[in-house]
Design a protein around this ligand. Structure first.
Ligand code: ADP
Ligand code: MG
Length: 238
């Protein structure tokens, strides 16, 4: 459903991502794993439509990606909630650009907040919420438009270990329930192993894919895969 064909990204003269071919199947859960600077965010932003490829193309259901759209939801590490809006207000605000009528926006927002376990906190302001709860609002904001693809860029990186674990469980549950296609950027091997069916390992200089581990076809277990990934991350020059 998502297809990158020879996608290359340059920032000025610098080659951030060398020509990359990747496909993400509908309903799949893939992690992009690699050290800082290997182009994980750049590739995700190409899929999101925030960064245009300098070469090649990104396709969503066969149509070139030309910008952000309601079919793709994005969650960042820094949730960037608007402090003057409640949790519900933040989700509703994000829905505004999709032209839903007000009542429907509200219903969507409340349902999304309920989905992430925040039904009771809908009228609270970001300052009244913990870090984990704020990230739940950010997740609700991305889910409210019922995107077919959920793109997440190190979404749990700023959370403490326990909250992070809870958010991972919530994400796994949402993925199973909704069948949304997930692409998760992380530099945490164990997070990738716990959550995903497939792990694409990247290396820097220039950013590129160096391995594609599939754990969903019964040929490799997470236990078999872990040492291979660790070796790949270790041996690649940074
Ligand atoms: P990652 O998410 O894996 O840490 P990024 O995609 O953020 O990697 O960055 C890949 C490379 O591109 C890095 O060398 C980074 O410095 C560079 N880069 C990222 N964004 C920009 C930008 N907006 N302008 C210039 N260089 C950038
Ligand atoms: Mg990044």
């Amino acid at each position: 459903m998502i297809r990158l064909e020879g996608v290359e990204v340059r920032y000025g003269d610098a080659l951030a991502v060398a020509a990359t071919d990747l496909e993400f199947a509908q309903g799949s859960f893939t992690s992009l794993l690699g050290p800082t600077g290997c182009g994980k965010s750049t590739l995700l932003n190409v899929v999101a439509g925030f960064v245009p490829p300098s070469g090649g193309r990104a396709l969503m259901d066969g149509a070139p990606v030309t910008g952000p759209g309601s079919d793709r939801g994005m969650v960042f590490q820094h949730y960037a909630l608007l402090p003057w809006f409640t949790a519900r207000g933040n989700v509703e605000f994000a829905l505004k650009r999709f032209g839903l009528p007000r009542a429907e926006r509200r219903a969507h927002a409340l349902r999304a907040l309920d989905d992430v376990g925040l039904a009771d906190a809908a009228e609270k302001y970001p300052a009244q919420l913990s870090g984990g709860m704020r990230q739940r609002v950010a997740l609700a904001r991305a889910l409210a438009a019922e995107p077919r693809v959920l793109l997440m860029d190190e979404p749990f990186g700023a959370l403490d270990a326990i909250t992070r674990r809870r958010m991972q469980q919530l994400l796994a549950e949402l993925w199973r329930r909704t069948g949304t296609t997930v692409v998760l950027v992380t530099h945490d091997v164990d997070e990738a192993l716990v959550l995903s069916q497939r792990i694409v390992v990247m290396a820097a200089g220039p950013g590129r894919v160096i391995a594609d581990h599939r754990m969903d076809d019964g040929t490799a277990s997470p236990e078999d895969t872990r040492p291979r990934i660790v070796a790949q991350l270790d041996t690649e020059p940074r």
